[in-house]
Design a protein. Sequence first.
Length: 382
Amino acid sequence: MRRTRRPGYVLALGISITMLLLLTVACSSSSGSSASSGGTSSQSAASTAGLAQAQAMVAKYSTRPTAIPINTPLKAKVPTGKSLLFISCGVSACTLEASIIKGVTDKLGWSFSTIATSGTPQSIKAAWDTAVREKPNAVMYTGTDDTYFASELATLRANGTVVSDCCVTGTPPTNFNTNTVAQNEPVGALFADWVTAQSGGSAKVLMVTVSAYPTLVGYVQGYNAEIAKVCPKCTTHLLDISYPDVSAGNSPNDIVSYLRANPSTKYVVLNLDSSVGVGLPAAIAAAGLTGIKTIGTGPDSTILQYVKDGQQDATIPFPYYEELGGAMIDGVLRAMTNQPAINGTTLSLPLWIVTKNNIPSTQIFPIVANSQQQFYKLWGVG
């Protein structure tokens, strides 16, 4: 794996390089030659129970969810004529996020604008400087560290602007915060369940992450905790792809290099498949590798096509509509109308394992098919 990094990009994304992300993650059933037959029997029983648990979880979350993460009605009339500014995080997913938010602001009768950043500290700070000048009623942002715009954020809040965020570490001084490291742990646990169920309880796994996206550590933590319980015969290696490699499209080469050097590794977990998985099926095929099974999260249209074509085995879609077009705007509305805030960091976000066998023939988003209608009903919007 290339280890070169461009500091500007890495720092801007709020890098929080946890030692966990730099170590090989292993969970082995080896207990040494002195293990008694009773110990072996206990381990076998644990493996059997873990496999059954993993299979049950995979079955549960292979069904499309139907509930949005909030069910408390807004007890005030939604104000009209407001302005909302979205500051883009600098990757392709944010383009989708902007379109989702605009759909909701149009419904509410608000004006909407967006500022795209390139992910550098300079572009992020410039975007927040613009927000201070424009004085919108609300600002939403995702995936950027408030260290780089702390003074601008304070100014906006002091001027009465409501701020809502997701996908960041720490506790930024905003009105609403969701999709934290802890909230990503259930996705990591599902990765472990899927690998265990697919392998029958014994696998060598490559988990691919990008520590430049700090909230992805939640996937690692959730995976580690669950794999230890459900698959004592599984071993896992963690591959940290640098942000420059992600930006340059080199992730598939890094992954294939590891798989070629470790031919017994047959399971690949992609912590952000839209960033590290595009081009991976072709790279695997070109390398002559066979029997590789892959699951990821955060798919874009390319990854979803891979799943439809059977080139990627599974993905767990990111709840864009339920978060960006639902929970985050809900936080804005409750702040604007002086309603009690809902703790966005404790919300149970919808989970769905999508495969070739259950992927919809039409749109996969929203994950909860009528999520927007459910949120509009909560807000009293016709």
